[in-house]
Design a protein around this ligand. Sequence first.
Ligand code: 1CP
Length: 322
Amino acid sequence: MRQAGRSLPEYRRAREGTAMLDACLTPELASELTLQPVRRHDVDAAIFFSDIVVPLRLAGVDVDIKPGVGPVLGRAVRTADDVAALPSVEDDAFSAALAPVRDGVALTVAALGSTPLIGFAGAPFTLAAYMVEGGPSRDHLAARTLMHADPQTWQALTAWTADVTGAFLRAQVLAGASAAQLFDSWAGSLSLADYTTHVAPASSRALAPVRDLGVPVVHFGTGTGELLVAMRDVGADVVGVDYRIPLDEANRRLGGSVPLQGNIDPALLAAPWPVLEAHVRDVVARGASAPGHVVNLGHGVPPETDPDVLTRVVRLVHGIDG
Ligand code: 1CP
């Protein structure tokens, strides 16, 4: 899960003096940072060390990741003219710019041996939300205003983010990633009607470039209890669930149609072990009602998490029968 590495002293050492996006675009370093949590915790799969805004930077958008804040744009994208001025991504230049991503994935896959690598990308809505807001926001008001105030501009923007992020995802799978995860982290701020009308078509478009590659697609968002079916229907093979609803309830809402991923509450990583252990056992038991279950956290690892607790959780899950 996002930022697993941040709780590791070896991560902080390796990253020292290197800006986040520079780390993502240095293949040897990105590969090392991907491998660290696998070595430590003996998890069953790795997630590529990168960020959802990496393809925006590679396309030529002025975006940076500010420590302690997240993605920040030099200039918000809000009008039809702003969208029309976005760099073209249909040319070979963008494909060539993805080279550090392909190289980082290839190095990582070679080093991982039989452990699979999950490639990932941000969904068009979550990316567009950062672009319209100019940075992180709680309610994504400006983005949600734009989709109604100027649906054509919104459609053009999310088509652009879909193409950028779809190419990023495809590059990772072609370089050897065994699964593709689409993060629509902030989709939970949308009504089902807005999701279906203004977001789902772009998410399908983002997944089209990996649909012919034969890898499973995981689709995750937070606060998406009302959107699970719609998120499956854009073309997901596995639906990721955050900690807000139990997995047996998510499975009921999905009619038992897809494997689930989730949903240990990150807050409980800091609780006394017996509390955390009971929670993990409950997550695994509820997940057993679904056609398949990928155990992970319901959102990112808090940076102050004790790495030994994560290792212990992995050992506990590996020891549970079934
Ligand atoms: O475990 C890993 O490190 C895997 C690599 C990874 C992934 C999968 C990173 C590294 N980012 C992501 C995805 C990502 N990035 C998402 C989707 C997943 C999720 O919801 O957790 C999102 C929303 C982002 C955007 C982002 N990047 C934020 C959130 C800001 C907000 O709006 O609240 C932040 C803090 C970042 C920076 C970032 N990305 C990754 C790391 C290790 C960091 C921290 C960098 C640092 O502090 O130096």
